[in-house]
Ligand binder design. Structure first.
Ligand SMILES: NC(=O)c1ccc[n+]([C@@H]2O[C@H](COP(=O)([O-])OP(=O)(O)OC[C@H]3O[C@@H](n4cnc5c(N)ncnc54)[C@H](OP(=O)(O)O)[C@@H]3O)[C@@H](O)[C@H]2O)c1
Length: 263
């Protein structure tokens, strides 16, 4: 299926690894020009070079640390300047560290809220006015199944992402009449460096092997496997597509059936 976004200009966060990288690849394969962002400039340069070579699109690396309150506005301006405008923004970066939910602290909350709430909102806010003026835009946030089913050891993430969902839903209603959609995709458990890191940390914390930790997770996933980043990226790319023009304010899981409750 041709997604109808050839020539659109996309800014993809967290694109040096995992889900963000897979999304950047998928959008480039659809003919989008792509600005890839994350902290590691060297890795991003490699990703951008691969996208140019494989798909013949413009691809640029824009390093930014979204833990820095000034970074979202600077990143948005750099992306607009480099690609001549941004039609699609994929809000994504790393997740906060695991924490005992009864032992959180103000510094931990401040860091999590900046990374998961304020920075993505700032980034989208900087890019939305031009999308609205042009009458076409796509904002897609990579969230987590935790907004439906909190993850025990990720209190910062559960709360931060839920706050972002509340803003996204509100914003989606404000911009829908102008050809701009705002949606979120909720990964379940996809095989990425982040999940590997979390499984390893759980193994160390509980004295189990990483295989035992994985087996425990697989038992909770009806598909009985972790998702591939490409499977998640296909859904995000569709949210960015022309065909998804009437899909707005939705937060859908791509999780192999992991969430046990009704949607
Ligand atoms: N994989 C899953 O199944 C799953 C499930 C639930 C939720 N999630 C969430 O989905 C998001 C992507 O996950 P992933 O599995 O793709 O993780 P990942 O492989 O660890 O990738 C995270 C990306 O974010 C970038 N990043 C980290 N901190 C950043 C910062 N302060 N500023 C800018 N960029 C930053 C990383 O690159 P640099 O190190 O170069 O900055 C990397 O490109 C995360 O928020 C994760 O918590 C994932």
């Amino acid at each position: 299926m041709d997604l109808g976004i050839h020539g659109r200009r996309a800014l993809v966060g967290g694109a040096s690894s995992g889900l963000g990288r897979a999304v950047a690849e998928r959008l480039a394969a659809e003919g989008c020009d792509v600005a890839v962002s994350a902290r590691r400039a060297d890795v991003l340069e490699t990703v951008a070079a691969e996208l140019r070579e494989r798909h013949g699109v413009r691809a640029v690396a824009l390093a930014a640390d979204l833990a820095d309150p000034a970074a979202p506005r600077t990143l948005a301006a750099a992306a607009v300047e480099t690609l001549g405008g941004i039609d699609i923004v994929v809000l994504n970066a790393g997740g906060p560290p695991p924490v005992d939910p009864t032992a959180t602290d103000p510094a931990g909350w401040a860091a999590a809220i900046q990374l998961l709430v304020t920075s993505p909102i700032e980034l989208a806010t900087a890019l939305l006015p031009a999308m609205r003026e042009r009458g076409w835009g796509r904002v897609v946030a990579i969230l987590s199944y935790a907004v439906r089913q909190p993850i025990d050891e990720l209190a910062y993430s559960n709360a931060g992402r839920s706050a972002l969902v509340a803003w996204l839903k509100t914003a989606s209603r404000a911009v829908a009449a102008e050809g701009v959609t705002v949606n979120g995709a909720l990964p379940g458990r996809h095989a990425t460096p982040r999940i590997e890191q979390l499984d390893r940390a759980a193994a160390e914390r509980t004295g189990r092997s990483i295989e035992e930790v994985r087996a425990g997770h697989l038992a909770t996933i009806p598909a009985r496997r972790y998702g591939a980043p490409e499977e998640f990226a296909s859904y995000v790319a569709w949210l960015c597509s022309e065909q998804a023009a009437y899909q707005n304010g939705t937060f859908t899981a791509v999780d192999g059936g992991l969430i046990a409750g009704l949607p």
